[in-house]
Design a protein around this ligand. Structure first.
Ligand SMILES: [Zn+2]
Length: 218
C-alpha cells in the first residue's frame, strides 16, 4: 500500500525498518523489560494490589520505568494513534500467560470518559483485550463500567481531589458469581483499578477480581 511505502514501519528503539506487524526489531526486543510475573504465584503486582483490594491473581506484562522502551511502546499506543500496538502486546501476553487454570469468566476493560475517547479516537484497551478474548476464549465486556466523571490526570491532584474520584465508575450490570479479570494499561498508584474493583465488589455477590495490565510502574 502507498501508506506503507510512504511511512514504512520502523523499530521504536533503533529506527531500523521492520515488518509492519512488529513494533521493535529482534535485537531491541531484548531491551523490552518483561516482568517475570507468574499469573498464579505471588508477584510484585499481587503484593501491591492486595494492599487496596482482595485480589485473586494479577499479572503485568512489562515493567515500566521512565525513559524505558516499555514506556515508549505504551506512549505510542496511547498518544500517537498506534492502536494496533495493543494487538502485539496481547500476543506477548498469550505467549507468556496460561489462563486455563482458574480461568476468569469475563474480561473487563477500564472505560475511558467519552471526552477522552473522542479526543483519542479509540480506547487503547479494546484491540488488546479483544485479542486476549479470542485467544483465551473468554468473553470481553467493554461497558460493564461507566465512567461518570471527567477528571484531570491523577498525578496532578491533591489528596482530597483524589478522594472525590472514588465513585468515578458505575457498574451497569449484575455480575454475581463471576470471576472478573480487570484490564488496564499502566498500573501506577492502583487507584483506578481499586475504585473499579470496589464498585464491583460492593454491588455484587460472590465475585472474584483478578488484574491484567500491560505495564506496571516501579
Ligand atoms: Zn531495533
Amino acid at each position: 500500500m502507498i501508506f506503507d511505502f510512504l511511512f514504512p514501519n520502523r523499530c521504536l528503539d533503533c529506527n531500523q525498518l521492520i515488518d509492519k506487524r512488529d513494533i521493535v526489531c529482534e535485537l531491541c526486543l531484548d531491551k523490552v523489560n518483561f516482568s517475570n510475573h507468574n499469573y498464579f504465584d505471588t508477584n510484585s503486582l499481587i503484593e501491591k494490589a492486595s494492599l487496596q483490594i482482595p485480589v485473586e491473581n494479577a499479572y503485568s506484562l512489562l515493567i515500566y520505568e521512565k525513559e524505558s522502551l516499555a514506556q515508549k511502546i505504551i506512549h505510542q499506543l496511547k498518544y500517537n494513534h498506534r492502536e494496533k500496538i495493543g494487538k502485539i502486546l496481547a500476543n506477548w501476553v498469550t505467549q507468556r500467560v496460561d489462563l486455563s487454570k482458574k480461568k476468569p469468566d469475563l474480561l473487563v476493560t477500564v472505560p475511558l470518559h467519552y471526552k477522552k475517547l473522542k479526543q483519542r479516537g479509540y480506547n487503547q484497551l479494546h484491540l488488546f483485550s479483544n485479542q486476549l478474548s479470542a485467544y483465551y476464549q473468554i468473553p470481553v465486556h467493554h461497558t460493564l463500567l461507566k465512567r461518570i466523571k471527567h477528571s484531570r490526570a491523577q498525578a496532578k491532584k491533591n489528596q482530597s481531589e483524589r478522594l472525590k474520584t472514588k465513585n468515578a465508575y458505575q457498574l451497569t450490570e449484575n455480575i454475581n458469581g463471576k470471576h472478573i479479570l480487570l484490564i488496564d494499561d499502566v498500573y501506577t498508584t492502583g487507584n483506578t483499578i481499586s475504585n473499579i474493583a470496589w464498585e464491583i465488589l460492593s454491588n455484587s455477590e460472590n465475585v472474584k477480581i483478578s488484574i491484567l495490565v500491560m505495564a506496571m510502574d516501579i
